[in-house]
Design a protein. Structure first.
Length: 282
């Protein structure tokens, strides 16, 4: 795996690119939201519809800055029937320091055509629609998770985006946040991203010790989070499941399901890095 390359500085991202993003930031009160951003209440109505008839159809799938999270990679590689390693090598680029300096982020790598299209954009629309990344599902909303560890439980907030190129706001269809989340089947993505946010919060404490970033521990963490197929091989090779008190049914689910394996990966990584974990050593 070409871990560590090709890293780039997020400050150098194209300034007119479209932004599909999930925001995660620390805040203590509502005053800590970025300036001008007011969260929608769950029941607040907004008008939006995206369909092949809008004159901007597929505009947002070109020249787009999009972060990809571990569950996005998992869903994409399964949809495309390729390995997680191939998915990373073919469709992502690493970005250092986007959320914090201690773990790289992944961003969608755009095609090198003149329009910088998403590599999954076909003539008729999205070629990976069923398993498209969470940011594509969430748009035109953006989701923010308050991960202030002092407050214990995390809270989520949704914001409405407003981009001149997007004409879906003029369409005659009303949603609430709750309805949009259900319509786009975001719950399963949000659940996995909450687990990821907790994992990334551990990374943000610089848990690598004297090795620093880019050392063997961080490489291991990268494999566990993003390269789930190679992590599966590692789990089998080192009999990792047998080292912890895990009910037989759960072990079976972990062996059969990438989602369950990713959940185990996060808990195992916390154990590996000395952070609180739900795993009990035998
Ligand atoms: S994954 Fe699909 S919806 Fe998302 S930017 Fe690419 S083509 Fe568009
Ligand atoms: S309506 Fe908005 S989300 Fe839909 S294709 Fe147009 S720009 Fe993209």
């Amino acid at each position: 795996m070409q871990y560590g390359a090709p890293a780039s500085n997020p400050d150098q991202l194209c300034c007119d690119a479209k932004h599909f993003s999930q925001l995660t930031f620390m805040m203590k009160t509502i005053k800590d939201f970025p300036e001008g951003m007011v969260p929608l209440s769950k029941k607040e109505q907004f008008q939006f519809k995206c369909h092949p008839g809008v004159d901007c159809y597929m505009t947002c799938c070109r020249n787009v800055d999009m972060f990809l999270y571990p569950y996005d990679i998992l869903r994409l590689k399964n949809f495309l029937q390729i390995s997680s390693q191939q998915c990373i090598e073919n469709y992502v680029r690493l970005v250092q320091g986007a959320a914090h300096p201690y773990f790289p982020s992944l961003m969608l790598r755009l095609s090198d055509d003149a329009e910088k299209s998403c590599p999954f954009l076909g003539d008729e629309g999205c070629n990976v629609y069923k398993d498209r990344p969470s940011a594509c599902r969430t748009y035109p909303l953006e989701r923010a998770v308050d991960r202030n560890p002092e407050k214990g439980a995390e809270s989520e907030f949704y914001f409405m985006t407003s981009h001149d190129y997007c004409h879906g706001h003029g369409e005659d269809k009303n949603f609430t946040v709750k309805k949009w989340v259900r319509d786009q089947r975001l719950d399963e993505y949000n659940l996995m991203e909450e687990l990821w946010t907790k994992m990334d919060t551990v990374f943000s404490t610089n848990p690598w010790g004297g090795e620093g970033s880019g050392g063997p521990k961080q490489q291991m963490a990268f494999t566990a989070c993003y390269d789930i197929d190679n992590f599966r091989l590692m789990v089998a090779e080192h009999s990792l499941l047998d080292r912890f008190s895990i009910p037989r049914d759960q072990k079976r689910r972990i062996r059969e399901s990438d989602e369950e394996l990713l959940k185990f990966a996060y808990e195992w990584l916390k154990y590996f890095l000395g952070a609180p974990t739900s795993l009990l050593v035998k």
